[in-house]
Design a protein around this ligand. Structure first.
Ligand code: ZN
Length: 65
């Protein structure tokens, strides 16, 4: 049976399988926020796929004069 409270948008912690809380933070790129998932059990913070590159200013951000 599926749990009606188990929303597909809520990730389970890869480390301890506790349901995590999503929150938004501003990335280094102005105007771009990224969604993170925080685990209250182990204190881990996880990025969804691709968001780490955005938050770290990736996508070619290392190139420059
Ligand atoms: Zn955890």
């Amino acid at each position: 049976m599926s749990d009606p409270n188990d929303l597909p948008t809520t990730m389970a912690c890869p480390q301890c399988s506790t349901k995590m809380e999503s929150f938004w933070v501003q990335s280094r790129n102005p105007g771009i926020d990224v969604e993170l998932d925080r685990c209250h059990s182990c204190g881990g913070v996880w990025f969804d796929s691709g968001e780490l590159e955005v938050a770290s200013g990736g996508a070619g951000g290392l190139e420059g004069p």
